[in-house]
Design a protein. Structure first.
Length: 281
């Protein structure tokens, strides 16, 4: 399994020196039909899969998801396949305090039969993957626009990765806030959630902008809105915004992902609300 609860995860590295938040309202409470803000933190795991092995990998992951549903295990997460880029899967687990993350870990580790199943499955997957790496991000409310979503209805994600130039974090954040103001007046329905990497490679200069989508037709709308945005902002202001990005961002990459029921462990209400997707066998 690819979420932050396997026995191999060194919890001391995650929890040392962190300030805990108020009582959690985690991803576990993102019930179907509810518009909710992103969790305070995001545990994200990338799994690079060897060519032609995604089918075998997905089958094992589905067995893990079924086992967790059968045991009513704690710790829901979303899994998705990359549409663009190398063959890989991405897992997201939202949580609102590191105390909550530890409790979920401890509670799951106490489920000995389930953990035996997960360890066996992990061993079976070893030959199918080439790499895996995890990171922790913090939700940046001031850098987000209309982020509240009913996650149970989402089927795709666009993730835009920013590597910010050294020492330019504050300048980058100022530019993002200027973009938010411009979008609020030109494309008020635009939405995204911004996260800053706290732990993991590039934790000193990495941000991700996440846009959830109910269908890929939203990508067409994004491209149409790009022209509307340019026209509404005007050439002079647009050039200032572009100059700000050029001055603060070292590199960026945008990728599309498809959420997968086989890779995701979601609340029962999601399955009841969308049995044709989340409950599909």
């Amino acid at each position: 399994m690819k979420v932050p609860f396997a026995s191999i995860v060194p919890l001391c590295l995650l929890f040392a020196g962190l300030t805990l938040s108020s009582p959690p309202a985690s991803f576990a409470q993102h019930e179907a039909g509810q518009m909710q803000s992103p969790s305070k933190y995001l545990f994200l795991t990338n799994v690079d899969i060897k060519p032609e092995e995604s089918g075998a990998f997905g089958k094992i992951e589905k067995e893990e998801v079924d086992a967790m549903h059968a045991d009513n295990a704690p710790g829901y997460y979303l899994g998705m396949w990359a549409i663009t880029g190398p063959t890989h899967a991405v897992y997201m687990h939202g949580f609102d305090s590191f105390a909550e993350l530890q409790k979920t870990h401890d509670d799951r580790m106490a489920m000995s039969t389930l953990m035996d199943t997960l360890r066996t499955d992990d061993a079976s997957e070893a030959s199918l993957i080439s790499d895996r790496y995890s990171s922790v991000y913090s939700y940046e409310k001031d850098l987000s626009l209309n982020p509240d979503r009913d996650l149970s209805k989402q089927r795709f994600m666009r993730i835009l990765l920013f590597h910010v130039r050294s020492g330019k974090d504050q300048d980058f954040e100022r530019v993002v806030k200027l973009f938010i103001k411009a979008y609020q007046t030109s494309i008020p329905d635009a939405h995204w959630a911004m996260f800053e990497k706290m732990y993991g490679v590039g934790s000193d200069n990495t941000y991700i902008l996440v846009t959830t989508m109910e269908s890929l037709s939203a990508v067409d709308v994004m491209h149409e809105n790009g022209k509307k945005f340019d026209d509404a902002v005007g050439a002079d202001q647009l050039q200032l915004l572009r100059n700000g990005i050029d001055a603060t961002v070292e590199s960026s990459e945008s990728d599309l992902f498809a959420l997968s029921p086989d890779l995701s462990y979601v609340p029962a209400s999601w399955i009841t609300a969308s049995p044709d997707f989340w409950g599909k066998k």
